[in-house]
Every structure is written in C-alpha cells, then in structure tokens.
Ligand binder design. Sequence first.
Ligand SMILES: C[S@@+](CC[C@H](N)C(=O)[O-])C[C@H]1O[C@@H](n2cnc3c(N)ncnc32)[C@H](O)[C@@H]1O
Length: 305
Amino acid sequence: MAPALRRINSLFLTLELCSRRNLSVAVSLRVASKGEKASQYAQGETHFGFETVKEEEKSSKVHKVFEEVAHNYDKMNDCMSFGIHRIWKDIFMQRLSPVYGTRLLDVGGGTGDIAFRYVKYLENSTASLDPNQAESHVTISDINKEMLDVGKTRASENGILTSAKRVNCSVDWLEADAEKLPLPDNNFTAYTIAFCIRNVTHPQKALEEAYRVLRPGGRFLCLEFSHVENEALRWLYDQYSFQVIPAMGQLVAGQWKPYQYLVESIRQFPAQEEFKEMIEAAGFRCVTYENLNFGVVAIHSGFKL
Ligand SMILES: C[S@@+](CC[C@H](N)C(=O)[O-])C[C@H]1O[C@@H](n2cnc3c(N)ncnc32)[C@H](O)[C@@H]1O
C-alpha cells in the first residue's frame, strides 16, 4: 500500500477505535444513570461530557470549546444535521410567534440564529399593527465573545440590522453568563435559549435567572437536544453521533474534541420530563414540551404567571 494511503487507512482505524470506545462509555453511562442521577457526582463536581470535573472548571472548559468552534460553528451545524437545525429553529420561532412590541432575551445566542429569525419573523409579519407604534427589542446574550463576534459579522452581512430598523426593533449584544445575567428584574416579555442550557454548569440557576428577568406573563422557550425513546432509533442515533460526528468535526473543521464533547453533553442532559420539572421548580407555570424528530430535540415552554 502506498505510504499516503496507509496513513489515511490508519487515521480511519484510529477514528473508528476512538468512536467505539466512546460509544461503549455512552452505553454504560446510560445504564448506570437510571435512577441514580443525583448521586452520580460528589459535592462540587459535575460533568463535562463524560468527564467528571470540578464545578468551577466546567465553565472555562465550555468556553474553550465554543472559542475553538466559533468560526466553523455554522458550517458544522449544517453538516452534522444535514441542515435540519434550520427547520428546528424555524419551528421554534413559530412556537414563540413574536409580535411587534416583544422584548426578547436570547441567551446562549451564539452566532445569532434565533435572534435573526426573530427579526425576520417580525419583518414578515402580516399583523396590522404599525411597527412604528410598538418598539420591539432583542438582546443576544452569550458567555463567549468569539461567538458573538461571528454573530455581529453575520448580522451586518445578512442585512439583519436593516431589517431590524424596518420593524422598529433595537438589537443589543451582551457578553454574560446565563447563571448570572447583569439585567434588571421583570425586563423581557420572552426568553429563548437554544442548544445552550446543557452547557451551563448549574442549569437550575439559569432557569431561575430566566424567571427573574421575565415580566409577569412572559414566555420561556427552550430548544435543546433531548432523548430518543424508541430503542432502534436511539441505537441508530448513537451510532451516527459517536461514529460519525467527531470524525466529521476532524475532517471538516480539523477538530475532534469539541464534537466529542457535543455528543457526550447531549447524553448528560436530563430527559424531557425531568427537564420539565426543573422548569416548574424555577417557578414557571403551564410547562409543556414538544418532541421534534422523535425526541432528538425538544422544545420546552413555560410562562411566568
Ligand atoms: C451550541 S451554541 C448555540 C448557539 C445558538 N443559540 C444556536 O442555536 O445556534 C451554545 C452557545 O451557548 C453559549 N454558552 C455556553 N455556556 C453558557 C453560559 N453559561 N452562559 C451563556 N452562554 C453560554 C456558548 O458560548 C455558545 O455560543
């Protein structure tokens, strides 16, 4: 075999072995996690993917992941999901159904996908109310400056700021931790968080912050990877996640580890019912959820009443 071919062959062999090792960790973790979630970690410890880390370390590790992927983030989203993430986000915005005058806080807003859809939704609105009479607003908040910087560039390249002006919508960018928002109480009419909360060290604190910054009557909406109930589909999904995604990260973006973390972090996030209870525990009422693609992702909704 030619040396170049041998190198490619051995790269694929290494990728396959790594994937298999991680899949078996995933499977054993799922078995171990049944009914013993609370006792899984010692005091002051948490998970970073399948790794156990000190709570104070997690945030900087997550920060590094998104710093590394920021410039390939949108391209990789399209590759990994075959573009389906766009449909999930469109459905998410339809569920929110914003109107002129909505004051939205999008937490973990990253490169702006949700906020841009919000502006576009208002622009395409057929509501008879004159947008000039009702000022709308969106704050795109993220802990990571690199992600926000990519978002700002995209906003000007895609004409989002012009669209926002057209519908009398102000746009702010905010570098902040979802667990500790530097924002006043009762300030927003809607709070969205998409594919972010599983990365937060204390999701319960983030939910409490969401409750605090929303006005009474305000809507909480979360889009997040969730749990596939059907065993056969879950097996297929696990194969794809562990065998393909990190390898795709390596081939397309030259990075394995962030994508390994992505698939591991999804398995660590509470299932639909448990997350619903967490949202209720934060004070939200009328909490419901909707599975998309058999639970690959779920939309959780709640109201501050
Ligand atoms: C997977 S991206 C999602 C970005 C965007 N919402 C989307 O749907 O495309 C997750 C984002 O959450 C941010 N993030 C992670 N931990 C956070 C925290 N504690 N507070 C705020 N943002 C956080 C990351 O920096 C990253 O931009």
